[in-house]
Design a protein around this ligand. Structure first.
Ligand SMILES: [Fe+2]
Ligand SMILES: [Fe+2]
Length: 239
């Protein structure tokens, strides 16, 4: 641990007095969360309401969509407070590419269930890594969104358990897992990432991208195993 990682920045006002590298690093994380939460809500959660097979599933999917839009709004508002321009936090207005996972062309309910099971688990890992962030407004947002991300991953498990009750449902969900999982590995960023090194030096994040990816693969395997599913071979290759 360096001295930098013992820093505690309690407010946005205090952030403005920190070295530029720290301010830029915090802004990068806020922007990336704001963009990706909005992109995800639009690409997956809102369209999934129409795919949900019965009223109970639609109700809970609406709740998930509401919460994902809510995550965007919270990160967006923090970004504004930090002086980040609105356009940088809206996917169609920024040149920053959203994560590759969002290129997945969602067509079925089973695919959505696989996305909640796997992608929201990945989000839980990302949010966990911010729980002790030296920039407290970001830490507080992570603590606020965490129970909701847990609910989303549990949603994937619960509706997954419903689907695997029939051989056809299990087969279709396994196929969806096989398609979604490989897109998740890039979610954790490159190995030896410069950004990640800066985040860790300043105590903004705790773990390396490689550590997070390896932990994710184990936890994703465990989650899939709970409902009798497996991960495709790419998981073994990447571990
Ligand atoms: Fe979210
Ligand atoms: Fe989520």
């Amino acid at each position: 641990m360096t001295d930098k990682s013992k820093l505690q920045v309690k407010t946005v006002e205090e952030l403005k007095k920190q070295p530029e590298e720290y301010q830029v690093a915090c802004a990068k994380l806020v922007v990336s969360h704001a963009i990706n939460e909005l992109y995800g809500a639009r690409a997956f959660d809102e369209p999934a309401v129409a795919l949900a097979p019965h009223p109970y599933a639609k109700w809970l999917t609406c709740r998930v969509a509401m919460e994902e839009y809510g995550h965007h709004v919270r990160f967006f508002e923090l970004g504004r407070e930090m002086g980040i321009a609105d356009d940088k936090m809206i996917p169609e207005k920024t040149s920053k590419r959203p994560l590759s996972i969002f290129d997945f062309p969602l067509k079925t309910w089973e695919e959505f269930v696989a996305i909640k099971l796997l992608a929201d688990l990945a989000e839980i890992l990302q949010v966990e890594d911010l729980l002790h962030c030296t920039f407290h407004p970001l830490r507080n947002l992570a603590r606020m969104t965490m129970p909701e991300e847990r609910f989303h991953a549990q949603f994937g498990l619960d509706f997954g358990a419903e689907l695997v009750k029939t051989p056809e449902g299990k087969k279709t969900l396994q196929q969806a897992v096989n398609k979604v999982f490989p897109t998740m590995l890039a979610f954790f960023g490159g190995a030896k990432s410069k950004n990640n090194e800066i985040f860790r030096n300043w105590g903004i994040k705790l773990r390396t991208n490689e550590e997070m990816r390896a932990d994710y693969i184990n936890r994703a395997r465990e989650a899939a195993g709970k409902i009798g599913l497996t991960l495709p071979d790419v998981a073994t290759a990447a571990a």
